[in-house]
Design a protein around this ligand. Structure first.
Ligand code: PLP
Length: 455
């Protein structure tokens, strides 16, 4: 097919996610057909190679073009492309993957329920919570607290948990069972004089005040990403998790760690929970589980949660919750090959060391620019936040346009970063296999693009 034919079909037929549909249909926004990838690079139909410093949507953690995973998928497709996983059915791949996930998860985690993507895994989590609290005879304890700027998906419950306005506005969300509390975003704190420790204490106090106002007997869980991702790539301020967890324990509120981004190595540890000393009751996984070579997600439940689920099915029979594609054999085969590759290539360690190098290189190349307010990150996650005025801590108005221009200028220079959806934040989440030289290229191109756009 010719490029112009594909372009016409695309604009006539395809509703792309998170896209300005009118502009796209009218041909007013760019279009790209991606044809291949290798390592940290993707290639488009015109043969242009781009260093993908966002690993797709922070998911191609082992990098592009890994033949081991492709072969595992092909082998599974030849042998058995599909069978369901209901009532004890499984495949060698799905059973092996469940075992491998539990081997890597924190000690106290017990079992994994497989889904397709992060959004449906969070829908599953909320149903499991509600089910458990019915079994425990506390049917009022159902609401979930999330954070402003949290990202937990685009479904009705998961989109409600998400704390970003575009995911609520015009959809009648959030649902009434979801409440939001303060984002642990130190750089944008309201009181500039606060230390990180004071700000963390305030976040915990805000959470506790919300719990007390609404009644702890109405709150089932708190859901959070170990590092805020889509909301701006914001690592927690010092002492945040140490202040939050006791509040949850005191009020018997379960913790759901949404590790869709942080799971399987991104922070330089296998899980973000390990990195920050979290003791979650449920962990959400997706993206890095298969490095996106095939769709697969999971809800990992702790011993404590499983004990309640077991009691529930013993009294009520099989749980009424299942997806046709739960534990899809092709996703599972991709997952097994992916987790093996992460170990073989030492990618968890590489994420820690090269990630630190990337942040240092960004700080050195771009940190001095007067419109750069903050360079931050953790493991193989980084962000450069732009400000209209650094001293006055004034942000650009309207928000987003400046980062959008910088990211477009970076793309012209061969590097993909992401303009994060709320604010002027340039986000980086490269494959965990990124090399030191590639990290330096990313930093250098960022600085060049800043200069080209902002002078
Ligand atoms: N949770 C987190 C932390 C995410 O970053 C995402 C996606 O970016 C999701 C959930 C939703 O996952 P999916 O897009 O696979 O539904």
């Amino acid at each position: 097919l010719r490029n112009d034919q594909l372009d016409a079909w695309d604009r006539e037929s395809f509703l792309h996610p998170s896209t300005h549909w009118g502009q796209h249909a009218r041909g007013e926004s760019p279009n790209a057909i991606i044809t291949g990838g290798s390592g940290s690079f993707i290639e488009d139909r015109d043969g242009k190679r781009l260093l993908d410093a966002f690993a797709g949507l922070y998911c191609v953690n082992v990098g592009y073009g890994r033949t081991q995973i492709a072969e595992a998928i092909a082998k599974q497709a030849h042998e058995l492309a599909y069978y369901h996983s209901y009532v004890g059915h499984g495949t060698e791949a799905s059973v092996t993957l469940a075992h491998m996930v539990l081997e890597r998860a924190p000690e106290h985690m017990s079992k994994v329920y497989f889904g397709l993507g992060g959004s449906d895994a969070n829908e599953t989590n909320v149903k499991l919570l509600w089910y458990c609290n019915n079994i425990l005879g506390r049917p009022k304890k159902k609401r979930i607290i999330s954070r402003w700027r949290g990202y937990h998906g685009s479904g009705l419950v998961s989109g409600s948990l998400t704390g970003l306005d575009p995911f609520h506005r015009a959809f009648d969300l959030p649902l009434s069972q979801v409440l939001h509390t303060t984002a642990p975003y130190y750089f944008r704190r309201e009181k500039p004089e606060q230390s990180e420790a004071q700000f963390s204490a305030q976040c915990a106090a805000d959470l506790e005040a919300l719990i007390e106002r609404e009644g702890a007997d109405t709150i089932a869980a708190f859901i959070a990403e170990p590092v805020l991702g889509t909301g701006g790539i914001v690592p927690p301020p010092k002492g945040y998790w140490e202040a939050i967890q006791p509040v949850l324990e005191k009020h018997d509120i379960w913790l759901i760690a949404d590790e869709v981004v942080t799971g399987f190595g991104r922070l330089g540890t296998m899980f973000g929970s390990e990195h920050y000393g979290l003791k979650p009751d449920i962990i959400t996984i997706a993206k890095g589980l298969t490095s996106a070579y095939a769709p697969l997600s999971g809800s990992i439940v702790s011993d404590k949660v499983f004990a309640v689920l077991e009691q529930g099915t013993d009294t009520m029979g099989p749980i009424g919750h299942g997806w046709t594609y739960s534990a899809h054999p092709i996703g599972a085969a991709a997952g097994v090959a992916n987790l093996k590759l992460i170990d073989e290539l030492g990618l968890v360690e590489n994420a820690g060391t090269v990630g630190a190098h990337l942040r240092a290189a960004l700080a050195e190349a771009a940190g001095g620019h007067p419109q750069v307010g903050d360079v931050r990150g953790e493991g193989m996650l980084a962000a450069v936040e732009l400000v209209a005025d650094r001293d006055a801590r004034r942000f650009f108005d309207p928000a987003g346009a400046t980062a959008g221009k910088v990211v477009a200028a970076m793309r012209e220079r061969g590097v993909i970063a992401r303009a994060m959806p709320q604010g002027d934040i340039i986000g980086f989440a490269p494959p965990l296999s990124l090399s030191r030289e590639e990290a330096e290229t990313v930093a250098g191109v960022t600085a060049e693009a800043l200069k080209a756009v902002l002078g």
